[in-house]
Design a protein around this ligand. Structure first.
Ligand SMILES: Nc1ncnc2c1ncn2[C@@H]1O[C@H](COP(=O)(O)OP(=O)(O)OP(=O)(O)O)[C@@H](O)[C@H]1O
Length: 378
C-alpha cells in the first residue's frame, strides 16, 4: 500500500506546497499514485494514521510505503505508533522522506549535501523510490523509563535519530516555546545560550555492543575506537552534554555531532554517544559560578567543531586527553541525582519526557527484528 502523509506545520510550513507542486506530480508521472493522502491535523496524528492503516491491511499484506513530508518529529510519531513494542502488528514500514521539517537530521545524514552545493534537493529519497533504489533499514534506539520503585514504564520510546539528556534535552525543551516566533534552527541557538552554564548531576553507565561484547571509545591519537576496560564503563557527572544517535551523523545539515557514524561506520548497529564533562577540562577546578562561566567558552570552542565537519572529536586538551568522550555501545543507563530536576529530562527525537525523581532511563539498541521493521529509501 502506498500512502502520502505531510505535516503542514513542520519547519517553514511549506510541506503542502512541495507535495502539490513537486511530489504528487512526480508520483503521477511514474504511475505511482498514493491510495490515500493525508495532511496531519494535530500532534500525534501521523502516528494514528499509520497505525489505523496497518490495522486495516488485509492479512498477508506485510508492507506499507509512506511518502512522508515532515521533519524528524513526525517520523518519530509514526515509528512509535507502528512498533510492535507498543502493541502494533509487525508490518514493514518503508519511508520515502521529503525533508519539510526544521532540522531534518535523518534526511541530511542520508543525503549530505556536497561541498559548495547550494539549495538542497528535497526529492532524493523520492527519486530513489521511483527508480527502485536502496532501502536502508533504520536502527531504533529503545528508551525505557524506570520509576524509583523499579517499575518500568508500560510504553517504550523508540527513536530513529537521537536520545539525549543534559544540554541537548534542555535546548529541545526550551526551544519549543520559541517555535512560532522562530520557525528555523535559530531557536535552538537561542535556547542553547539560555542553558549554557547549566551542569547536570547524574551517573551514566554504558552497556556493551551485542556482537563485539564491548563498549568502545574513540581515541583521537590513533583515530580509531578501542575497547573500554571493564570497570571503566561508568561515568560520574557533572555532565554538560550527553547525547546518543542512531542512523545519523548530524542533527542539522551543518551540525555534525556524531561524525564517526559516517566516517568510521560501525560494523553492526550500535549507539554513538558524545559526552562532555566539565571537570575533565584542565582549567575547571570546581563547580563554582566562575568555573561554569569559564567553561562556557571551552564548551562552545569544542562544539564549534561539529560545525566544521565534526572535528570536535579530534580536539585534545593540553593534557593530551580528548575534549570529547565519544563512546560506542549497545545501550546506556542515565541515573540523575535526585536533587537535580533538569537532569531528569530525556529527549527522544525532540520529544521531552520527565523522569520521576529517583527513577532512571535505560536506552538500548533495538533487536534485529526491531531494526528491520522501518526503512527509508536512500
Ligand atoms: N496540524 C498540526 N497542528 C499542530 N501540530 C502538528 C500538526 N501536525 C503535526 N503536528 C506536530 O508538528 C510537530 C513538528 O513536526 P516535525 O518534527 O515533523 O517538524 P519540525 O519539528 O519542524 O522538524 P524537525 O523535527 O526535523 O526539527 C510534531 O510534533 C507533530 O506532532
Amino acid at each position: 500500500m502506498l500512502v502520502a502523509i505531510y505535516n503542514p506545520v513542520a519547519g517553514d510550513r511549506t510541506a503542502k506546497q512541495i507535495f502539490e507542486d513537486e511530489v504528487f506530480p512526480l508520483l503521477t508521472q511514474h504511475g505511482k499514485s498514493p491510495v490515500k493522502q493525508f495532511s496531519t491535523e494535530r500532534a500525534g496524528h501521523a502516528g494514528t494514521i499509520v497505525k489505523d492503516l496497518i490495522g486495516s491491511l488485509d492479512a498477508g499484506v506485510e508492507e506499507i510505503t509512506v511518502v512522508l513530508g515532515s521533519g524528524d518529529g513526525t517520523l518519530h510519531e509514526i515509528i512509535n505508533s507502528a512498533t510492535t513494542h507498543n502493541g502494533g502488528r509487525h508490518v514493514k514500514v518503508s519511508i520515502v522522506l521529503i525533508p519539510c521539517g526544521t532540522a531534518n537530521a535523518l534526511y541530511y545524514s542520508v543525503f549530505p549535501p556536497g561541498e559548495g552545493e547550494g539549495a538542497h534537493d528535497k526529492l532524493k529519497s523520492l527519486k530513489s523510490y521511483l527508480s527502485g533504489g536502496v532501502l536502508k533499514s533504520l536502527t531504533v534506539a529503545i528508551t525505557t523509563l524506570v520509576a524509583a520503585n523499579g517499575k518500568r514504564s508500560p510504553h517504550s520510546l523508540l527513536s530513529s535519530v537521537v536520545v539525549s539528556t543534559a544540554l541537548h534535552a534542555s535546548i529541545l525543551h526550551d526551544s519549543e516555546s520559541l517555535r512560532k516566533e522562530m520557525p528555523g534552527i535559530e531557536r535552538f541557538k537561542v535556547a542553547a545560550q539560555q542553558n549554557q552554564t547549566r551542569w547536570y548531576h547524574a551517573t551514566a553507565e554504558f552497556m556493551p555492543i551485542p556482537g563485539s561484547g564491548d563498549v568502545q571509545i574513540y581515541d583521537p591519537s590513533t583515530k580509531s575506537f578501542r575497547a573500554v576496560p571493564e570497570g571503566a564503563t561508568k561515568l560520574e557527572g557533572p555532565f554538560a552534554y550527553f547525547l546518543s544517535t542512531v542512523n545519523v551523523d548530524r542533527l542539522e545539515v551543518a551540525f555534525r555531532i556524531t561524525p564517526l557514524a559516517a566516517l568510521l561506520p560501525p560494523p553492526e548497529a550500535c549507539l554513538d554517544v558524545v559526552v562532555l564533562r566539565p571537570l575533565r577540562h584542565p582549567d575547571t577546578t570546581s563547580e563554582s559560578d566562575e568555573c561554569r562561566k569559564e567553561y562556557v567558552n571551552q564548551m562552545w570552542g569544542t562544539m564549534a567543531g561539529a560545525y566544521r565537519g565534526g572535528d570536535h572529536v579530534d580536539i585534545r586538551y593540553s593534557t593530551g586527553e580528548a575534549a570529547v568522550e565519544y563512546y560506542r555501545c549497545g545501550g546506556w543507563k542515565w541515573i540523575p541525582a535526585a536533587e537535580d530536576g533538569r537532569a531528569h529530562m530525556i529527549c527522544t527525537d525532540g520529544y521531552i519526557t520527565q523522569l520521576e525523581t529517583g527513577g532512571h532511563a535505560s536506552c538500548s539498541i533495538g533487536s534485529q527484528t526491531d531494526n528491520e521493521q522501518f526503512a527509508m529509501y536512500a
